[in-house]
Design a protein around this ligand. Structure first.
Ligand SMILES: Nc1ncnc2c1ncn2[C@@H]1O[C@H](COP(=O)(O)OP(=O)(O)OP(=O)(O)O)[C@@H](O)[C@H]1O
Ligand SMILES: [Mg+2]
Length: 463
């Protein structure tokens, strides 16, 4: 049942599914009057599902009780096939219970029969407004990140752009690279990008973490061993440097490598040969070395904790990744990127990243850098039941972590007491504003004002 499809440029595809033909007719006809809607009606769920597999609609309007399916189960199927479709459920068996279930499953709206076309149109225009703003935000983000990214690495601050240039410039050269940066700043990501942009990209990228191993274990891992090299060495084992042949070896946490092992590694870098443990024959290797550290190697060299000659060999080129708190402008693009990544991982629709979500992160110091932001966003995507991430989806302790900063601001002693008291109750109520206000004997507005005054990001209230 298709209403003659004049294909419009900024049109929205709408599917109507109801087991009563008359309802389908009424709705398709009624909605098609709107120029921007391209409406198609179905009586059987299986036909509607076939259609959405071919081309995902923007909006799916469905009855709950159908001939060949149950609307609430249908939501799962629609979500799995086209996660970005907005679902509106209609039913003659209205109950709060089902409404809650439906919205929990990801329906945009729930409408009880009988309803007027005007009511439905109003909901549809809300849905369209939502879709439009999502499209626009996506577009802006895409434009922003097209410039501000290199593969999976997001960044548009001058420092990051410079790093992207360096990566592209030195990746094809076979020089060793040392990547410096705090934990979670993307060192491994950069190492992989160096590999991907090099002529070694078709060969393996092998990562080895030097932390916490003895010299023997590292030698065994990197160089392999000959049969009979030690008890238990029943056969010859190739080390990582041999298996990485042609590719890139990423030596993570190079600062943790024991001094005795550093000598051996230096020899490998100088001569491009290794000896398997227990072996006497030098074996030629062909790999590029990229090392990473979150420690201050210069200082370690001056304290004789790291060999200077190895240090110079490794850092033919150095890339220093800035901590996230020094490039806060990148947080929105990073958060959007992580939301997309998490949604894909969980098979959910990609939510928008709300302004208040980002606002709440403004002062957060991100000791764990991008990885920490990724975890925060991932958690929010996992828990959120809405199409947009809001401040409510942030972990409550984020507010606590910001507390010391608030305290710094020359707070008068009495004010400090007030803040401590409010925070104490606020925490105890699990950041419930109504409950906090009730216990404190103040109105919600007063509480809200006080939270603002103390620069505590309040959870936005969604009625
Ligand atoms: N600029 C970035 N753009 C997109 N994702 C990033 C960026 N930086 C880091 N990430 C993501 O953050 C996580 C941590 O990055 P990565 O493992 O490269 O950090 P690291 O510096 O090696 O951390 P550590 O020192 O703890 O090993 C990864 O999931 C990575 O994809
Ligand atoms: Mg790492």
């Amino acid at each position: 049942m298709r209403n003659t499809g004049k294909k419009k440029s900024d049109s929205f595809k709408v599917i109507v599914l109801d087991d009563e033909e008359i309802t389908v007719k009424r709705l398709t006809k009624g909605l098609s009057a709107a120029d921007e809607l391209d409406v198609e009606g179905f009586i059987l769920a299986k036909d509607a599902l076939k259609e959405i597999k071919k081309s995902p609609p923007d909006i799916f309007i469905s009855d709950i009780k159908l001939k060949d399916a149950y609307g609430l189960d249908l939501i799962d199927e629609i979500k799995a096939t086209c996660p970005n479709t907005v679902i509106i459920l209609i039913t003659g068996y209205a109950s709060i219970d089902q409404a809650v279930k439906a919205t929990k499953k990801g329906a945009f709206y729930y409408l009880a029969k009988p309803f007027s076309l005007t009511e439905l149109r109003k909901i549809i225009s809300e849905a369209i407004e939502f879709i439009r703003s999502r499209r626009q935000k996506d577009l802006i983000m895409e434009q922003l990140t097209r410039k501000g990214r290199l593969g999976d690495i997001i960044g548009s601050t001058p420092e990051m752009i410079k790093i992207f240039k360096t990566i592209k410039q030195i990746a094809p050269l076979d020089c060793n690279v040392l990547i410096k940066g705090e934990t979670g700043t993307g060192k491994e990501l950069v190492a992989k990008a160096l590999h991907l942009h090099s002529k070694r990209s078709k060969f393996p990228f092998v990562s080895f973490n030097c932390g916490g191993f003895t010299e023997e274990l590292i030698a065994n891992e990197l160089f392999g061993h000959e049969k009979g090299a030690f008890t238990g060495a029943n056969s010859t084992k190739l080390g990582l440097l041999e298996t990485a042949s042609g590719g890139t070896v990423f030596l993570d946490e190079i600062g943790e490598m024991p001094l005795s092992m550093q000598v051996k590694l230096l020899r490998v870098l100088q001569e491009n040969t290794i000896f398997r443990v227990g072996g006497t024959k030098p074996i030629e290797i062909d790999c590029r070395f990229v090392a990473a550290t979150n420690r201050n190697l210069d200082k370690m060299v001056s304290e004789d904790a790291f060999r200077q000659d190895l240090f110079y060999r490794l850092k033919v080129v150095t890339i220093s990744l800035p901590p996230l708190r020094k490039r806060r402008e990148d947080i929105p693009a990073l958060a959007t990127h992580f939301a997309k990544k998490a949604a894909k991982k969980f098979g959910k629709a990609t939510p928008m990243v709300g302004d208040d979500f980002l606002d709440a992160l403004v002062d957060y110091p991100f000791p764990g850098n991008c990885r920490e932001l990724e975890h925060i966003v991932e958690r929010a995507v996992a828990l959120s039941r809405k199409n947009i991430l809001t401040a409510e989806d942030l972990p409550p302790d984020l507010w606590l972590l910001k507390e010391p900063e608030n305290k710094k601001k020359d707070t008068a002693p009495l004010k400090q007491l007030e803040l401590d008291y409010i925070m104490d109750i606020y925490k105890k109520t699990g950041f419930n504003q109504s409950e906090t206000a009730r216990i404190l004997g103040i109105s919600r507005t007063t509480l809200w004002r006080k939270l603002r005054q103390f620069n505590i990001k309040s959870k936005k209230h969604h009625p």
